[in-house]
Design a protein around this ligand. Structure first.
Ligand code: ATP
Ligand code: MG
Length: 403
């Protein structure tokens, strides 16, 4: 197989972002360099106004690097290129080496000359390279309208880039360029996948988890640490806020009839998450909910739940079916972690028959039975914040005194 010298990454949507473009590229390059250090430390990374370049070395694992960058948000296309000299002979020989094992019948050579001082006309370069290929490969012909293969030749100041293949990138915006949201992370299969999709759209996430000690064990922190480690390629600093939810859950089960427990519990979760998000400048909430997946995930239930907050609630999995979600979870490496047995605050208090079409009026009636606001206040006081360390542990952060 051809040894390529570089991977050329074409910035996608952001190329059209006008004045923000420079900031986007800076951000993209920062995260590419940070990830590159981990994933392909031997490679040098550079950029210009429209591309990033990854210089491949003798020991580089081409397919690993390619599949890694294919997942990176902010990249439209990826082109492996061969760098050669400005000599026409070198261009011919290297072009032949590059395409000789590819299967194609017709081809066209396209030449671009950003180097305007190059003495030979583009068409002439194309003709010469084309002629050389025809003379050295059997069964191929030139087709300028619908060729099987384009051979692109780009002549720059000190180097000529040859390319003939390109791969689709993930699109989207660079990591962390799209604002901040608070993700409700359970420990199940769905919410880590939902997180991944949002990170890929360029959002920054903080995470909130509702725990019910002593009904739920502290081992859940290790599980969440592993899940968050799987997502850590897509985000630099990861914060997890843990809510001690037990007392409020017990109150719910004391005051609310069983079919409404789940809805009220979700409303409480959203109230807590929403007030936390507001005080921490996070502009949206996010969940792994998918409509119709379980009885409690209906549009009516979403209406009753949404009513407690005016923040947007992002549900990237809303119409994705479970099989597809599990496939994604396997791809990003969260599946095996998610299926480890653990006790979730929801599984412990799972009502037998949740209401599938809860009414907001009923919710308000149940909630008027006790002073839940006071309980929420106490809970918020006791919330703990962890930060994911380099080696994948969740370390408790000291609370800053508010003055
Ligand atoms: P998941 O696989 O993410 O647990 P699920 O299919 O089990 O999802 P539910 O348990 O109904 O669905 O939860 C729906 C969503 O509510 C979750 O995707 C998550 O965003 C949020 N959620 C549920 N339980 C918790 C929790 N203990 N802490 C934080 N968020 C939670
Ligand atoms: Mg769950």
């Amino acid at each position: 197989m051809m040894k390529y010298s570089h991977l050329l990454l074409h910035f996608g949507e952001l190329s059209t972002k006008g004045i923000n473009k420079k900031a986007f590229i800076t951000r993209f390059m920062q995260s590419l360099r940070r990830l590159g250090k981990k994933e392909f430390p031997e490679c040098t990374i550079t950029s210009d106004y429209a591309h990033a370049y990854i210089k491949l070395e003798e020991n580089s694992d081409f397919s690993h690097i390619l599949s890694f960058v294919q997942e990176l948000p902010g990249i439209q296309r990826i082109t492996p290129v061969v760098a050669t000299t400005l000599s026409l002979d070198d261009m011919k020989k290297d072009s032949l080496t590059m395409v000789k094992d590819l299967s194609f019948h017709s081809f066209k050579v396209r030449v671009r000359r950003p180097n305007h001082r190059y003495p030979i006309e583009g068409l002439e370069v194309a003709r010469q390279i084309g002629g050389y290929l025809l003379a050295n490969l059997k069964g191929i012909h030139v087709d300028v309208h619908h060729p099987d293969l384009y051979l692109d030749v780009e002549i720059r100041e000190n180097v000529t880039y040859l390319s003939s293949l390109s791969y689709e990138g993930a699109g989207g915006y660079p990591l962390g360029s799209g604002g901040k949201a608070l993700m409700l992370l359970s420990g199940g299969i769905d919410s880590p996948v939902a997180s991944y999709l949002l990170l890929k759209r360029g959002l920054k996430l903080e995470y909130i988890h509702f725990a019910a000690p002593p009904y739920t064990s502290s081992a859940v922190i290790d599980k969440l640490a592993d899940l968050l480690t799987s997502l850590s390629s897509y985000q630099e600093k990861i914060l997890l806020h843990v809510v001690p939810f037990t007392n409020l859950q017990l109150s719910i089960y004391e005051h609310v009839d069983e079919p409404y427990c789940i809805t009220i519990m979700r409303r409480m979760m959203l109230r807590i998450a929403s007030s936390f998000a507001r005080t921490h400048h996070l502009s949206a909430l996010a969940t792994g909910e998918s409509v119709g997946q379980v009885a409690s995930q209906t549009v009516e239930s979403m209406e009753a739940i949404n009513a407690v907050t005016t923040l947007p609630i992002l549900r990237p999995l809303v119409a994705v079916d479970k099989v597809e979600i599990m496939k994604m979870a396997k791809k990003i490496g969260t599946y095996e972690i998610s299926i480890r047995p653990y006790e979730d605050c929801c599984t412990i208090f799972k009502p037998k028959k949740p209401k599938t079409k809860p009414k907001e009026k009923e919710c308000l009636y149940y909630e008027s039975k006790w002073d839940y606001e006071k309980e929420i206040e106490e809970i918020v006081q006791k919330m703990k914040t962890y930060e994911l360390s380099e080696d994948g542990c969740l370390l408790l952060k000291e609370k800053k005194e508010k003055n």
